[in-house]
Design a binder for this molecule. Structure first.
Ligand code: G3P
Length: 218
């Protein structure tokens, strides 16, 4: 399972990149606005910090402009994945960019049949938003289960399931059980995965008991 971080905060990205466990980054227009940074230079900076795919989303909604924006974003760095919305125009752009060899992340996916269309359009990644479905008392993880099952029936499709809108560790656990390819998570959710009280308690005991030996390894 690949871990992407869902943020445009360069400090959080650097911090997680230093763990050696970060496989990529996803951003969106809301995260870019929250960063307060200029979009294009920020994406270039992120692409220099992380070797894996960095999703940068188009801002327009019409085919012609999205295609121009997508080509400009793709030219920033080889590891840019152009993010397009799951709309008829967005999937037309997806098809054209992916046919030209550009990574494309199709975002704002809320149904399994939308995910079928994205795979047929040659998407590199499909981003089903589990948290936003859960927010409406729908079952976001059932969407992931449906997409993983359907994609498994068509080995000629190569679109990776990128679980997005992750709210907590259970989303990651369930995604791993289902065999999703990627999860993209807020920085705090990834950082929280290390934590367990019994780990802390056990380590404290080991440290104390080692001190009692009076020995040193070095
Ligand atoms: O960036 C894509 C997705 O992860 C955003 O989801 O619901 O946290 O805005 P959300």
């Amino acid at each position: 399972m690949k871990f992407f971080v869902d943020t445009a905060d360069i400090n959080d990205i650097r911090d997680l990149a230093s763990t050696g466990l970060l496989d990529g980054v996803t951003t969106n227009p809301s995260l870019i606005a929250k960063s307060g940074k200029q979009f294009l230079p920020l994406i270039e900076e992120i692409c220099g910090v992380v070797d894996g795919p960095v999703s940068a989303e188009v801002a327009s909604t019409d085919y012609e402009t999205m295609l121009k924006e997508g080509k400009k974003l793709a030219a920033i760095a080889d590891n840019v994945a152009v993010k397009v919305p799951l709309t008829p125009a967005g999937l037309k752009v997806c098809k054209e960019l992916s046919d030209a060899g550009t990574m494309v992340n199709v975002t704002l996916c809320f149904s399994a049949l939308q995910a079928v269309l994205a795979a047929k359009a040659g998407a590199t990644f499909i981003s089903p938003f589990v948290g936003r479905l859960d927010d409406l008392s729908q079952d976001g993880m059932q969407l992931i289960a449906d997409i993983v099952q359907i994609y498994g029936n068509y080995p000629e499709w190569y679109t990776e399931v990128l679980v997005a809108s992750v709210r907590h560790p259970v989303h990651i656990l369930e995604s791993a059980k289902l065999g999703a390819d990627v999860v993209t998570c807020p920085p705090a959710v990834i950082k929280g995965l290390y934590n367990h009280p019994l780990t802390d308690k056990g380590l404290a005991t080991f440290v104390d008991d080692w001190k009692k030996t009076g020995q040193s390894i070095l």
